[in-house]
Design a protein around this ligand. Structure first.
Ligand SMILES: Nc1ncnc2c1ncn2[C@@H]1O[C@H](COP(=O)(O)OP(=O)(O)OP(=O)(O)O)[C@@H](O)[C@H]1O
Ligand SMILES: O=P(O)(O)O[C@H]1[C@H](OP(=O)(O)O)[C@@H](OP(=O)(O)O)[C@@H](O)[C@@H](O)[C@@H]1OP(=O)(O)O
Ligand SMILES: [Mg+2]
Ligand SMILES: [Mg+2]
Length: 371
């Protein structure tokens, strides 16, 4: 099958309900869930708190997951981050995606309070297991840190020929004068892809492709410059849930000739190119472009296992492309608690993982994880 036909098969419409809402970044989305206070001892059931934005609850269909859990003796409680957590508890496990609250807490008092409210519960209840631990998650909010982690993969996974593209962290506009020298030192080459330092939240998906030194003034620090790797416009998304993982194919940026050229900078949003329904001129390949063989499942499993260890997380995703010239598996992005779109086994896998965590927790007295 030619690459273009194969791509047509990848580009399916999204089947999960809910879309990004314009008010997603208002902290009020974390409120309005009172009344879930039945206690663990009264019901005899395990209690799992979910602390997610309204958008995330809707996208993952938490109500349906909650029903599935109820049939397995697990009570799902939607946490209202705007209220003290203790009266909403107790919680054996808390599943959360506090990425936008953490990012906003840097400059927004209300988010700071919401985060402090969460942390005070966690500190006072060391027996509650967090999926995932806050420090582990926080590292992935910063692409400077996540690319540092990815850049070490080629050593730990050298048997599998897995790597990540050369990159350069740009802290401030002051760094721009020395970018070209630094690029040479780090082995970067045009075209470059430029990504925001903040890795999560609606503003973090705006990026650009720079084709020559003349385009470098388009860079807006803090950001990461990374060599663009031609990969036949196919993205392999790997979604991890505990000890299971699932791979799905998505559309991706088309090939661009290597080396500098005269083109103007192309600005785009990553969600326009790599969601299941994405259909953009930036992802359209020639009919003749040969398609690459899929990545080896053993290599993907080795990558996932290494990342589990490096990250200390159970719910994450990694995006992989295959270099058309070298066929090297190239990790380009790691995401906290991603969408799992196209993974019908997500609910049973998440429930299994929660049960596993609950078993470990009851088996290990004094077990503490939520640092
Ligand atoms: N180094 C690279 N070489 C070639 N293409 C790349 C590279 N990095 C990213 N891309 C393309 O750009 C898209 C967006 O990049 P990336 O995954 O880093 O962004 P993101 O906004 O963090 O994505 P996500 O929605 O998965 O969080 C990828 O899906 C891929 O199509
Ligand atoms: O819904 P969420 O808030 O978790 O959005 C996440 C989104 O999932 P979606 O499928 O629901 O859009 C993820 O997409 P997939 O990798 O799964 O394709 C990825 O783009 C994350 O970076 C997003 O996290 P955010 O940047 O928003 O923090
Ligand atoms: Mg990505
Ligand atoms: Mg990402």
């Amino acid at each position: 099958m030619g690459a273009a036909n194969r791509r047509a098969a990848i580009g399916k419409s999204r089947h999960v309900i809910g879309q990004m809402t314009p008010d997603f970044h208002k902290t009020v989305k974390w409120r309005l869930h009172a009344g879930h206070t039945a206690s663990h001892s009264m019901s005899g059931r395990s209690r799992v708190g979910f602390c997610l934005s309204a958008k995330k609850r809707k996208r993952m269909n938490l109500a349906a997951f909650s029903e599935m859990c109820a049939g397995h003796g697990v009570k799902v409680v939607e946490i209202d981050l705007g209220q003290p957590l203790a009266p909403q508890g107790p919680f054996d496990v808390i599943v959360h995606k506090l990425s936008d609250v953490i990012v906003e807490s840097e400059h927004d008092q209300q988010s700071k309070h919401l985060l402090a409210n969460f942390q005070s519960y966690v500190l006072a209840h060391p027996g509650t297991v967090l999926l995932d631990p806050l420090p582990a998650m926080t590292r992935l909010l910063d692409r400077f840190t996540s690319y540092q982690i990815m850049s070490k993969l080629h050593k730990s996974l050298r048997d599998w020929r897995i790597c990540s593209p050369p990159y350069l962290a740009i802290h401030s506009t002051g760094d721009l004068a020395s970018v070209q020298t630094a690029m040479e030192e780090q082995g970067l080459s045009f075209p470059l892809i430029c990504k925001t330092r903040v890795a999560h939240g609606s503003l973090s998906h705006e990026m650009c492709l720079i084709f020559s030194a003349g385009g470098l003034p388009d860079v807006r620090p803090p950001c990461v410059l990374q060599s663009f790797v031609s990969h036949g416009a196919v993205l392999h998304k790997v979604f991890v849930v505990g000890d299971r993982h699932f791979c799905v194919e998505r559309p991706s940026l088309k090939n661009f000739p290597s080396g500098p050229c005269d083109r103007k900078t192309i600005f785009f949003n990553s969600h326009e190119v790599s969601k299941p329904e994405s259909s953009s001129h930036l992802t359209a390949l020639d009919e003749q472009t040969p398609s690459l063989p899929p990545p080896s499942s053993e290599a993907m499993a080795a990558l996932v296992q290494e990342l589990r260890v490096q990250l200390g997380m159970a719910l994450f995703g990694v995006d992989v492309i295959i270099d058309i010239r070298t066929h090297t598996l190239t990790a380009i992005d790691i995401n906290i608690f991603p969408g799992y779109e196209g993974v019908p086994q997500f609910f049973p896998s998440l429930l299994d993982h929660i049960k596993k965590v609950l078993d470990q927790r009851s088996g290990a007295s004094g077990f503490q994880q939520n640092t």
